[in-house]
Design a binder for this molecule. Structure first.
Ligand code: FDA
Length: 302
């Protein structure tokens, strides 16, 4: 990150919330479940699938985790009733991972059970590296209990990911591969863009060659092209993979992937916790943060 970008990112906390809201509108469906339904209906109309994400993580009280569980269960009912092509992404820290692993397991188990009843699917997002072991363990426990309608996320920047994938393919796991969004140390995570890309391709290849399902989550054209090669070389049927992108990001690339004949799922976040999510997106893309600063300090945009 350049010095100027670092400066912009460090200044973000002083930006008025309303201004952040204005710029992040394209990344967030809205505050309510009905907002998410509206956005997903529109995406489905464009032949795009969706995954719903109720914003809010790092919960530290059991009652809050129970509230999250109820909201997540309600999402599956709403998806069914509204006839949407959407599954749900969850974060284990929403469901009590930082409180008690067993409480978290029971919460996620009832969500996956409800999803199964309604013919739906739960994707467990991957959070920072302090949660990787527990997330994989909980995923394995769910599979041992016979749940097939649940998937995991593996981050290409982590050096351990190749070994994790080699263990998980034995369970015929369902994967999402992404680069990884948290700041991790160079002891455990690749820092160089080319190393992360190389690992991303290696992981996708291992998954495909072992006959598992893969969600290829990226907006990086280079990785999209490399994935196309793997799909073609392995004569991979459309039912064995999908591309995934975040709401509001690189829509031209999204349209191209779709018109090239691939399936694509859009990650649709919503909820009252939109501010924390927006700040993370903005920190990730200081170019957009730069526009905010410009609007803030130069009302005419000059
Ligand atoms: P890269 O960051 O190089 O982006 C390529 C280009 O896309 C950029 O140059 C920019 O133009 C554009 N772009 C990317 N992100 C943008 C943004 N936010 N706003 C505007 N433009 C943007 N991470 C994680 O740790 N755990 C998880 O569970 C998930 N889950 C997840 C699901 C889905 C569907 C996606 C797409 C991503 C995630 N991620 C994630 C985030 C992921 O790890 C990664 O941080 C981002 O996808 C950015 O990486 P890219 O591969 O897109 O490349």
């Amino acid at each position: 990150m350049s010095f100027l970008n670092k400066l912009i990112v460090s200044a973000l906390p002083i930006v008025p919330k309303a201004l952040v809201g204005q710029f992040s509108r394209r990344y967030i469906a809205g505050v309510t479940l009905q907002d998410a339904v509206r956005v997903i209906r529109d995406l489905n109309g464009k032949r795009l699938m969706a995954t719903m994400d109720l914003l809010g993580e790092d919960i530290h009280e059991e009652s809050q985790a129970a509230g999250m569980k109820s909201s997540l269960i309600q999402m599956f009912e709403t998806i069914k009733r509204s006839n949407l092509d959407s599954n749900v992404s969850v974060k284990l820290s929403q469901l009590g991972l930082r409180i008690d692993k067993n409480v978290c397991f029971e919460n996620v188990r009832s969500i996956v059970e409800e999803a199964r009843k309604l013919g739906n699917f739960v994707r467990i997002d991957m959070e920072d590296s302090t949660t990787t072991n527990d997330t994989i363990e909980i995923y394995k426990r769910l599979r041992e209990r016979g749940f097939e309608n649940v998937g995991i996320v593996i981050q290409a920047y982590l050096k351990r990911s190749d070994a994790d994938i080699r263990a998980l393919v034995k369970l015929k796991a369902n994967f999402r591969i992404c680069k990884g969004i948290y700041i991790e140390s160079s002891d455990i995570a690749y820092q160089d863009r080319d190393d992360i890309r190389r690992n991303f391709v290696l992981l996708v290849r291992t998954i495909i060659e072992n006959g598992c399902y893969v969600g290829i989550a990226t907006h990086d054209e280079y990785l999209v092209e490399k994935s196309y090669d793997l799909i073609q070389r392995n004569s991979l049927d459309r039912s064995r993979y999908e591309f995934q992108m975040l709401l509001g990001v690189r829509e031209a690339l999204r349209d191209k992937i779709l018109s090239d004949g691939h399936r694509l799922r859009v990650y649709v976040p919503y909820g009252e916790q939109w501010y924390a999510y927006s700040m993370r997106r903005l920190k990730e893309n200081p170019q957009i943060a730069g526009y905010i600063m410009k609007a803030l300090f130069s009302p005419n945009g000059n």
